[in-house]
Design a protein around this ligand. Structure first.
Ligand SMILES: Nc1ncnc2c1ncn2[C@@H]1O[C@H](COP(=O)(O)OP(=O)(O)OP(=O)(O)O)[C@@H](O)[C@H]1O
Ligand SMILES: [Mg+2]
Length: 442
C-alpha cells in the first residue's frame, strides 16, 4: 500500500507541475510574441517582467541573442534535443538535470517574430516532498509490519495454547503419569469436545493398564499358594531322599530346580505388576555409598550362596557421599546384576563407584569379563522376557528374562539411569548405574 501511495502521489505531483509549466509557458510566449511584434525597445526588461513564479526561469532567443532571467542558467544549460526540436518549430518538453538538480523545460517556437521562448521549472521542491513522503511511508510500513507480526504472534499463541496443552498431556501420559487430564474449556465448544474426548481416551487407557496389571498380580497371587504347598512337599521328599531309587532322585532334582525357578518367576511377576499398578512403595533411606555397596554385596552373596570374586573399588570422594535410596530395591539391582554375571560371564570382576564427572551423581559400574553383549542386543536386554542368545532356549534351565527389566524399574524408581557398554578391557560388559546424590550432599 505504501508503494502504491508513493507512486500515485509522485505521478500526480509531477504531472500537475508539468501541466502548470506548460500553461505558463504558452501564456508567457503569447505575451512575448505580442511585445516583440509591437517592437518594444527593452526586450530584457520584458523577459524579466514575465510572471514566472518561484523556481522558474525564462529564456528568450531572438535572432541568436539570448535573454535569461537567471545568471546561472543560459543557452548552454538547456538540453540540446529540446533546442533542436524548437528550432524545427515544434513545441517541446524535457525533464533533465540542470546545474545538478532536476528540472522540467518547455520550449515554444515563435516563428512570427523569429524567436524561441523557453521556460525552465525546477523540480527540486517536488523531489524533496517525495523524499519526505517516501521516508514517512517506509516508517509507517515498518511500524505496521512489526505491530502486525506482534499481534499475529499473540493471536496464534492464544489459538495454539489448547493444542500445546493436549501435546503436553499426551507426553505426560506417555511418560507414565496416567492420571493426567485436560481442563474443560467452558467457552469454546470445539475445545471442550477435544478435551472430553482426550480425557475419555486417557480414562480408558488408565483403566486398561490397571486391569492388565491387576490380572498379572491376581494370577501370580493365585499361583503362590499352590507353589508354596508344592515346595513344602518337595522339602518333605528331599528329607526322604535316601529312600528313593536313583531315577526318583533325578526326578526330584529336576522338580526342585523347576519349582525354584517357578517361585522366582512368580515373585518377579508380582513385583513387576505392583510397579505397573503404580504402587509407590519406595522408601528412601539416607545411606553412605561405601556402606550401601558392602551391605548389598553381602546380601547378594547370601541370596545366591556363591562367593563372588568381585573386587569393590570405591573412589575416596564417594566412600562417604550419601544417597537418598530405597535399600531393598538397590539390593535387588546388585543381586540381579551379580547373578547375571555369575551365570553368563563367569562372575563379576570388579564393581567401581566414582563420582560422575558432569553431574552431582554417583556412578556404580558392575563389570565382568565374559563374552559381552552384542550392540544390537543392548537395548533389548531391558525388555521383559527378553533372553539373549547366550542364555539358551527357554525352559532349558535359564532364567525368564525378567531380571534386567526389574533392574531397570528399580533404578528408575531411585531416580537413576542404567546403561550398558563394553568392559574397560574391551571384553565383557559394564552395567553403568548413575544415581543422584542426596540434596544436602551435592
Ligand atoms: N553379564 C552378562 N553377560 C552377557 N550377557 C548377559 C549378561 N547379563 C545379561 N545378559 C543377557 O541378557 C539377557 C537378559 O537378562 P535378564 O537378567 O533380564 O534375564 P535372564 O537372566 O535370562 O532371566 P532372569 O534374570 O529373569 O532369571 C540374558 O538372557 C543374557 O543373554
Ligand atoms: Mg538375569
Amino acid at each position: 500500500m505504501g508503494a502504491v501511495a508513493y507512486y500515485s502521489t509522485r505521478h500526480f505531483l509531477i504531472t500537475d507541475r508539468q501541466t502548470a509549466a506548460l500553461h505558463q509557458a504558452y501564456a508567457n510566449a503569447a505575451l512575448l510574441r505580442n511585445a516583440l511584434a509591437s517592437d518594444v525597445p527593452n526586450i530584457d526588461v520584458q523577459v524579466t517582467s514575465l510572471d514566472s513564479g518561484s523556481g522558474t526561469i525564462s529564456l528568450l532567443n531572438k535572432h541568436g541573442q539570448w535573454f535569461s532571467t537567471s545568471l546561472t542558467v543560459g543557452e548552454a544549460s538547456l538540453p540540446s534535443a529540446l533546442r533542436a526540436s524548437v528550432s524545427h518549430f515544434h513545441v517541446a518538453t524535457q525533464t533533465s538535470l540542470i546545474n545538478g538538480s532536476p528540472a522540467y523545460s518547455v520550449g515554444v517556437p515563435l516563428p512570427a517574430v523569429a524567436s524561441q521562448y523557453f521556460l525552465v521549472v525546477s523540480l527540486s521542491d517536488t523531489q524533496h516532498t517525495l523524499h519526505v513522503l517516501l521516508a514517512a511511508l517506509a516508517a509507517a510500513a515498518a511500524l505496521t509490519t512489526i505491530l502486525g507480526a506482534g499481534l499475529g504472534l499473540l493471536a496464534s499463541r492464544r489459538t495454539m495454547r489448547p493444542l500445546t496443552d493436549v501435546s503436553e498431556a499426551a507426553m505426560a501420559i506417555a511418560g507414565g503419569r496416567l492420571d493426567t487430564r485436560l481442563p474443560r474449556h467452558q467457552r469454546d465448544r470445539d475445545l471442550s469436545n477435544l478435551a472430553s474426548s482426550f480425557n475419555e481416551m486417557a480414562n480408558q487407557l488408565q483403566e486398561r493398564i490397571e486391569r492388565d496389571a491387576r490380572f498379572t498380580s491376581d494370577v501370580s497371587h493365585e499361583l503362590r499358594s499352590p507353589l508354596t504347598t508344592l515346595a513344602a512337599s518337595l522339602d518333605l521328599l528331599e528329607s526322604r531322599r535316601a529312600q528313593l531309587d536313583p531315577e526318583g532322585q533325578q526326578a526330584l532334582d529336576l522338580m526342585t530346580g523347576d519349582i525354584g525357578r517357578f517361585q522366582r518367576l512368580v515373585q518377579d511377576l508380582l513385583e513387576i505388576s505392583r510397579d505397573d499398578a503404580g504402587v509407590n512403595d519406595v522408601s528412601f533411606d539416607n545411606v553412605a555409598v561405601g556402606e550401601l555397596l558392602r551391605q548389598s554385596l553381602a546380601a547378594a552373596q547370601r541370596i545366591h550362596g556363591s562367593p563372588t570374586r568381585a573386587t569393590l573399588t570405591i573412589a575416596p570422594d564417594v566412600e562417604l557421599a550419601r544417597l537418598e535410596i530405597d535399600k531393598r530395591r538397590f539390593e535387588r539391582i546388585m543381586a540381579n546384576l551379580i547373578e547375571n554375571a555369575d551365570h553368563y560371564a563367569g562372575g563379576v570382576s570388579v564393581i567401581v563407584a566414582e563420582r560422575s564427572p558432569s553431574t552431582s551423581a554417583v556412578v556404580i559400574s558392575v563389570i565382568d569379563e565374559g563374552p559381552g553383549i552384542a550392540e544390537t542386543e543392548r537395548t533389548k536386554i531391558f525388555d521383559r522376557f527378553y533372553r539373549g542368545d547366550a542364555s539358551g532356549q527357554r525352559g532349558a534351565g535359564g532364567g525368564s528374562g525378567l531380571g534386567l527389566a526389574l533392574v531397570a524399574e528399580h533404578v528408575h524408581r531411585n531416580r537413576g539411569t542404567i546403561t550398558v557398554g563394553d568392559g574397560p578391557s574391551g571384553r565383557g560388559v559394564s552395567f553403568r548405574i548413575e544415581l543422584p546424590l542426596a540434596e544436602d550432599d551435592v
